[in-house]
Design a binder for this molecule. Structure first.
Ligand SMILES: *[C@@H]1O[C@H](CO)[C@@H](O)[C@H](O)[C@H]1NC(C)=O
Ligand SMILES: *[C@@H]1O[C@H](CO)[C@@H](O)[C@H](O)[C@H]1NC(C)=O
Length: 459
């Protein structure tokens, strides 16, 4: 029986959801883009993300080569953008795009140099919309929806009185993290805390601190980027705790050929790049796959997560999985339209006859985004785009028996363990008690931070 379940809760673009988000951003005349980036990221339909234009070979720049970025800032949707010279990058993976395709005016002022700093803020008189600000020499450009606003560019001193020209970096800092809603500007070792409400400026010298060429607020933490490295800092005092600097390529971008020499366990635990797949392996061991590596936590030994190369343990699949689940002490690794079945034990061994076509094994076409089975149940939940399909694993042949629409435009991975279901979207995850709640609950749970809350990373 093929039952399509119709009733479905509000779409991510439901006006009430948007209103709630906007309300969160109101308050003071200059509210900041303070929605946690991931939270808003999932509000957008990924199909609406602009198409990446292919670049001419001569225009290609690889951020995995170790770039000193001019600026890093979220856009109004909470997606992090990286800027360098004529190029920009969307999020933590993917190729370079030309800046001129999105912000052509920045290049039409021949006397101005490259971007010095970028920010995302609300205007004093426009609490409904977030604006992206670019600072170049003594000018500031304000964009709304990729359109330059009337009257811009303006002098920095006119829009941000007391803030100098030729900045190095800027980052927004909402009340609670800073004393007041503020912007932190960097120039050399000078740091300016600009109160977005009173426009008062407090200047400090952070001489202990690297000179930042860009700065980013990400999941409520503050990062100063310098060279191809970064240092996490306290936004009020500038104090640094932990071992810094660290290489940005380990944690803020997906660089398959970089990081061979870095500490794999630290990199994989602390990376902000999305996961490919997660599962429990049927022996109380949780697994999380990303690119060429997987992390494993053995709940019995309790000594935390460790990273291993996929090619060493699952040599037939090597890398870049799409979905993984465990059933009857066997692990199903799904890549493209193939299923690799492994027996779980001290070693993982490919079961004879595999890989097999996905359609033949599960009765569904790929590519899949995620798959999970809860406890001893025999129902497999498969996520493909916004749909979740239930497949009864004891049936022959296997086929979809139920279908539901999920409240996420796209997920990266999902797993089911003793504490329920975890759904991974970019650098965050959401927990649900049951598959029914995932499909039908109208309230999105609070997001958790993947690297901090799940992998116990401290940065
Ligand atoms: C940082 O900037 C200050 C100017 O404010 C300069 O004197 C200093 O040499 C710079 N430090 C580095 C490491 O470039
Ligand atoms: C790698 O990092 C982990 C913490 O994530 C640490 O426990 C381990 O000792 C480090 N390994 C090396 C070789 O430094």
């Amino acid at each position: 029986m093929h039952t399509v379940l119709q009733s479905w809760p509000p779409r991510p673009r439901d006006p009430s959801t948007m209103l709630l988000l906007q309300t969160l951003c109101l308050g003071l005349t200059w509210a900041l883009c303070l929605a946690a980036p991931g939270r808003e990221f999932v509000q957008i339909e990924r199909s609406q993300v602009r198409e990446v234009l292919p670049l001419a070979l001569s225009d290609q720049v690889d951020r995995c080569e170790g770039i000193e970025f001019d600026a890093i800032a979220p856009d109004a949707k909470g997606i992090t953008f990286f800027y360098k010279g004529k190029h920009m990058w969307t999020g933590f993976h993917g190729p370079a795009e030309l800046l001129s395709a999105s912000y052509k005016e920045l290049e039409q002022h021949p006397l101005l140099g490259n971007i010095d700093a970028a920010l995302c803020l609300h205007h004093a008189d426009d609490a409904d919309h977030k604006h992206v600000f670019f600072f170049l020499d003594d000018k500031v450009f304000s964009y709304h929806d990729h359109t330059l606003e009337e009257g811009f560019p303006k002098d920095i001193s006119q829009v941000f009185p007391g803030i100098p020209s030729d900045l190095d970096a800027a980052v927004e800092c909402p009340k609670g993290e800073c004393v007041r809603d503020s912007v932190i500007f960097f120039k050399g070792s000078e740091v300016f805390h600009y109160d977005t409400y009173t426009k008062k400026v407090k200047t400090s010298q952070w001489t202990h601190f690297p000179n930042c060429t860009s700065a980013l607020r990400w999941l409520d933490h503050y990062y100063c980027f310098h060279g191809h490295q970064f240092t996490k800092f306290h936004p009020v005092t500038g104090s640094v705790t932990g071992t810094y600097p660290k290489d940005a390529r380990d944690f803020f971008m997906k660089c398959p050929n970089f990081g061979r020499l870095s500490n794999h366990t630290e990199r994989e635990r602390c990376s902000h790049v999305h996961l490919d797949a997660t599962a429990s392996d049927g022996l109380e061991r949780a697994l999380a796959f990303r690119g060429d590596y997987f992390l494993r936590e053995d709940e019995r030994t309790g000594d935390g997560w460790h990273a291993f190369p996929i090619a060493e343990y699952f040599k037939e699949v090597k890398s870049d999985l799409e979905a993984v689940f465990s059933y009857a002490s066997q692990l199903y690794l799904i890549k493209g339209d193939q299923v690799f079945l492994y027996s779980s034990g001290d070693k993982y061994e490919l079961v004879e006859g595999y890989p097999k076509p996905l359609k033949e094994v599960l009765g569904i076409e790929g590519p899949l985004d995620a798959a999970f089975v809860c406890g001893e149940y025999s129902v497999l939940h498969v996520v493909k785009g916004q749909q979740m399909f239930d497949i009864e694993l004891t049936a022959v042949p296997r086929a979809v028996v139920k279908e539901a629409k999920l409240p996420f435009a796209k997920l990266d991975a999902a797993m089911c363990g003793p504490d329920g279901i975890k759904v991974f979207v970019d650098a965050e995850y959401f927990q649900y008690a049951t598959p029914m709640l995932l499909a039908y609950s109208r309230i999105r749970p609070e997001p958790h931070k993947m690297s901090l809350d799940m992998f116990g990373c401290d940065h």
